[in-house]
Design a protein around this ligand. Sequence first.
Ligand code: BES
Ligand code: MN
Ligand code: ZN
Length: 496
Amino acid sequence: MEYKLSSQLAINKTDTDCIIVAVYEDNTLSPAASEIDKQSNQAISTFLETGDFTAKLKQVDVLYAVNNMAASRIMLVGCGKQDKFNLKKLNTATQAAISAIKSSNIATATTYLADELDDKASAVQQSIISTATELYQFDQHKSQKSDDIVFNTLNFAFSDTANADIETAIQQGKAIAQGMSLAKDLANTPANICTPSYLADKAQELAENYPAISTEILEEADAEALGMGAFLSVGRGSEQPSKMIVMQYQGAADDVAPIALVGKGITFDTGGISIKPSAAMDEMKYDMGGAASVFGTMQACAEMQLPINVVAVVASAENMPSSKATKPGDIVTSMSGQTIEILNTDAEGRLVVCDALTYVDKFKPDAIIDIATLTGACIIALGHHISGLMANDDKLAEEILAAGKAINDQAWQLPITEDYQNQLKSNFADIPNIGNDRSAGTITAACFLSRFVEDKKWAHLDIAGTAWRSGANKGATGRPVPLLSQLLINRASELD
Ligand code: BES
Ligand code: MN
Ligand code: ZN
C-alpha cells in the first residue's frame, strides 16, 4: 500500500479512481465537496436533495460519472455533525470509506478527509493507521485466502498547498501502521508456532533488517546466572525454553540515556497449576500482546529513524501445568533479591516482568515503561476502549496520557497509593504475587511491579482489554503501538 501527498491539480482534473470527500449532517458540504458541487453543476447537492444520504457518521455513497470530473467516482463520506468532527471520528469515517473501497475495483483514491481537521499532520497519520487497520488481513493459516484487494494507493489532498509536515506525517503514519501490523501478526500467530523461541528469532530478524537495532537473547542458563528466579519460575512447567529478549535501538549518541520498554511475552497462559477455566482460553495466545507491541514499536522507531535510544526487554515464557510446574505456595527469589510467595500461578505476568524491570536498570534508562496484558480486572475497570496506566512519576504519566490522546490510542491513569500497597502481604516471603483480596486487582498488580523499580521513573500499561478483540471480529489490535510510537516521536522532537 502506497500513501502519498497528492501533487495537487485542480479537483476537477484529479485523475484518480475515486475522490473521497466529507459531508456533514444538515447537507453541510466540506470545502472539497463544495468545490466539486460548484464544478459539477451541483451534482452533490442535487443528490443530497433526494434525502437518501443524511451524512450520519460512517454513511458512504458513491456518485459515478459526475459532470466535469476527471475522477471516475466521487465518494461521499458521512462525518456526522461538523462541529463534533475530531480525530476519533476521522478514524471511523476513514475506516468506513476504506471498507467500501476494499470491496470495489478502486486502485487509487485521493482523500480530502484529513483536510477537515486543523492539525493536518496528525489527521494524515491517523488516516494511514485507520486505512491500514481496515486493510489488515491474517489468512496465513487458511487454505482459502481472502480475495485480493485492488486498492493500492491513497493520496492525501488539501485545499491549501500543504507543507513539509505532511511528508513527515506520511512517513511516520506508515511506520506506525507497519509496526501495528507486525504486532498483530505476532499476536495472532497461534501459540504452537509463536513460542518464546519464535519471538527470539523475530527479534534477531529485526536486528538483521535494521542496522540501528541489535538483539541479544538471554537463555534460561543466563537468566539462572543472573538470579532471575521469578522469571524462570513461570516457564518451569513448559517444554518450551523461556527467553529474555533484549533489543537495543541506537539513534542517538552513546551517552544519551535510553527509554526502556519492557513487554510481557507469555506466549500462552493456561494459568499453570492455578489453571484457568476452559472458556475462551484460546485467547490466552494473546498474552504476549505487550511483547508484540514492543516489537512493533521498535520496528516503527527504526523505520522513522528517530534520533533517540531505546532499549527493549521482552520477558517470554509459556505458562503450563506439569509435574515440574511452579505450585501455589512456592517461594522464589527474584533478581532484585526480594523473595516472592507465588500464591496463584495464574498471576505469572508480573513474575516475568519484575525480573525484566530489574534487569533493564543496567542500561541506566531515563524512564521505564512496561506493557502487559496483566489483569482481567483491567477489562472490568476500563473495558476494551482504554488501556490502564499506573506510574510512580506524574510527569511520565502525563507524557504517556498526552501521547495516547494525540494519536487516538488512549490510556487512563489509576492510582497506586500506599493503601493499595498494603494489600500485598505474605506470611512466608517478602511479597506475595497477588493481593490479599480480589479488590483492585489491576492496581495491586501494578503495586507488585512498583516494588522492582524503586527510585526509577516507571510507568505500567495494562493492555488486557485493548490488545485484542473477542467475538466475531476476534483479532489483535496492534495497540498500544500508536501510543508508544507517538511517545517516542515526542521525545525525539524534544531532543532536537
Ligand atoms: N493474562 C492474564 C490476564 C488476562 C485475563 C488478560 C483475561 C486478558 C483477559 C493474567 O496472567 C492473569 O491470569 N491474571 C489474573 C490475576 C489474578 C490471578 C490475581 C487475573 O486477572 O485473573
Ligand atoms: Mn495468568
Ligand atoms: Zn497472563
